[in-house]
Design a protein around this ligand. Structure first.
Ligand code: FMN
Length: 178
């Protein structure tokens, strides 16, 4: 696994969603580290029934076109901010905790990315399409039958330094129940 260059709390504090990327691929070691981080994630009952899919160019084109057909706009509007790496989190429909598990795995990957100076963003364009027959058909053509659904997707890459978000105030609360 490639070594990160930030400690874990530093990576957590530094991470912001990145929606502008340089046209530069990640190294194989970086990709390997990201996928390893995802696969190490906590998951309910340690089922590990999920599959982290690296989306290749042909599948990406088809997924983006399908998204545009459902959500409107043109395919370019749904192309994961042109990030060099797109990851789909697939899991079994029968796993009732699949969305929570997806959160853990993708957050692990996003924090690993931050630790390596990379950017990431969760892209939820399939959230309302879980039961869309054409998405199921496309997944089947890509090797995943109807028992699998997309529970999350994220984009990764080198952040464009011109367009990054500053740190933001935290609005959530911590409370004591006593
Ligand atoms: C479940 C989930 C779905 C999200 N969906 C999208 C999305 O579809 N498009 C997008 O640009 N950002 C998406 N985000 C990123 C959030 O907008 C972002 O995390 C939030 O605004 C906080 O900003 P930060 O990530 O920079 O801290 C999503 C995040 C989560 C956790």
């Amino acid at each position: 696994m490639a070594e990160g260059n930030k400690d874990i709390l530093g990576a957590i504090r530094a991470r912001r969603s990145v929606r502008a990327y340089l046209k530069k691929a990640l190294s194989p070691a970086q990709e390997e580290a990201l996928f390893a981080a995802g696969r190490c994630a906590a998951n309910a009952w340690d089922r590990q029934s999920f599959v982290l899919c690296r989306v290749g160019p042909k599948a990406r084109e088809r997924l983006v076109a399908l998204t545009a057909r459902h959500l409107g706009g043109v395919p370019a509007d749904h192309n994961f901010f042109d990030a060099p790496l797109v990851v789909l989190y697939l899991d079994l429909r029968e796993n009732p905790e699949r969305r929570a598990d997806a959160g853990c795995a993708l957050e692990n990957m996003m924090l690993a990315a931050a630790g390596m100076g990379l950017g990431s963003v969760w892209v939820d364009q399939f959230a309302t399409l879980e039961d869309a027959p054409d998405l199921a058909a496309l997944l089947a053509q890509l090797g995943f039958g109807a028992e699998y659904v997309i529970c999350g997707a994220a984009a990764f890459g080198w952040p464009d330094p011109e367009e990054q978000l500053p740190p933001r105030p935290l609005r959530s609360r911590v409370a004591l129940l006593d």
